[in-house]
Design a protein around this ligand. Structure first.
Ligand code: SF4
Length: 386
């Protein structure tokens, strides 16, 4: 009975995540709210919510061919920006009020300008120039100016003035959703295998394309079922693994399935469509604007697109230590320059600490299942032999 309820809920999340634009449009019709698409996890979603609109995270359309975009975007750009151009050109993004982009890397900056230049399909395209250096004296004053500018622009999209009260309420809604996702991850860490990595991924994907309150209601039900299941659950004895990376893209199902079918069990992650999305809570004791700035400047997960005192390698070692995972699987999006640099430094740090990791370079436009599975099999065999 409990398992049937669990499966029914997972099916619901899977349906919601399967076609994020359809889901977002349906919620937009139901609530009468405009939709604002966010490229990058640093777009301050509560500002959009506070303005009475619905933020969604723009993801790549995996499995759909890139056709129109080929005339404008080279094949050596990452799959995410290629897909973003395709979605702009083929009219998928016609319904959004705005596309908000944090100026996180060369490719994002290029694609925002290029979309603006080649098509009128996207009503507004707005960059946010948040500084990549996070702990300089000028970082916070600069952020205050930029955040105030963005607050005004977002308010104007819906002809409202965003008050502190509206923003504080939106922050609370987002924090509630984040706390539930943190709880889901606690349950997975404590009960390896109780929920698969693909199932966790669809739960997070759903949160990126629907109203946070609605997602929280479903998630509360899922957590209640999992807590019951945990009472007599026998944890998996496969090798506990942390999956990391997959910047701007969903970590492909076949990668997660391959990990869990070749000898590993994902007990935690540092994925973009994963813990990076929700693990930093907004500090409700600060003023709402300062809470947004603080979440950008001091996030839980270091980001390769920013310069931070704490590196990804430090963070991965902390995660290995606190979770009891045996190794890291780094998923690197093909042609993501920012992550290439970040990953190589993290890899050196992990190796120097005597820990193990495996890199998988994933190209969104090619299914590498066979190759990925073979590499994972050898990796787990080598770990078993240690
Ligand atoms: S995947 Fe990497 S290169 Fe592509 S947009 Fe994201 S940070 Fe930039």
């Amino acid at each position: 009975m409990v398992n049937a309820k669990f499966q029914a809920l997972i099916n619901q999340f899977t349906d919601l995540a399967a076609n994020p634009h359809k889901t977002a449009k349906e919620w937009s019709l139901k609530t009468g709210k405009k939709v604002v698409a966010c490229a990058g996890l640093d777009v301050p979603e509560p500002l959009i919510e506070a303005a009475g609109m619905m933020p969604i995270v723009l993801l790549e359309e995996y499995g759909k061919p890139i056709e129109l975009a080929n005339a404008h975007v080279q094949s050596h750009m990452c799959g995410y920006v290629r897909s973003m151009m395709e979605q702009a050109l083929n009219g998928t993004l016609n319904y959004v009020e705005a596309l908000m982009i944090r100026d996180a890397c060369h490719e994002l900056r290029m694609i925002g300008d290029l979309i603006h230049y080649v098509t009128d399909n996207v009503k507004h395209i707005q960059f946010m120039y948040f500084p990549p250096t996070q702990h300089e004296t000028l970082t916070k004053p600069f952020m205050q100016k930029e955040m105030a500018k963005i607050r005004k622009i977002i308010g104007d999209y819906n002809s409202v003035e965003i008050t502190d009260e509206m923003l504080a309420k939106a922050i609370k809604t987002h924090n509630e959703n984040r706390k539930l996702m943190i709880r889901l991850y606690d349950i997975r860490r404590g009960n390896p295998g109780i929920i698969s990595a693909v199932q966790v991924s669809v739960v997070i994907q759903a949160s990126m394309c629907m109203p946070k309150e609605e997602h929280s209601k479903l998630l509360q039900e899922l957590i209640a079922v999992l807590e019951k299941m945990a009472k007599d659950f026998k944890p998996s004895n496969s090798i506990p693994i942390i999956v990391s990376g997959s910047l701007c893209e969903i970590c492909k199902d076949y990668v997660l399935e391959a990990i869990e079918s070749t000898g590993g069990v994902v007990i935690d992650d540092d994925l973009y469509v994963g813990s990076r999305y929700f693990n930093t809570l907004y500090d409700e004791l600060l003023t709402p604007m300062d809470a947004l700035i603080e979440a950008y400047v001091n996030p839980i997960s270091p980001c390769p697109t920013k310069y931070e005192k704490r590196s990804i390698g430090d963070y991965q070692l902390e995660m290995l230590q606190t979770t009891g995972a045996r190794a890291i699987v780094d998923v690197i999006v093909q042609n993501c320059e920012a992550h290439y640099y970040g990953y190589f430094m993290a890899h050196q740090k992990v190796l120097a600490a005597g820990r193990r990791d495996l890199d998988l370079f994933i190209d969104m436009e090619n299914d590498q299942f066979g190759q990925v599975k073979t590499r994972l099999q050898s990796f787990f065999e080598s770990l078993e032999g240690e």
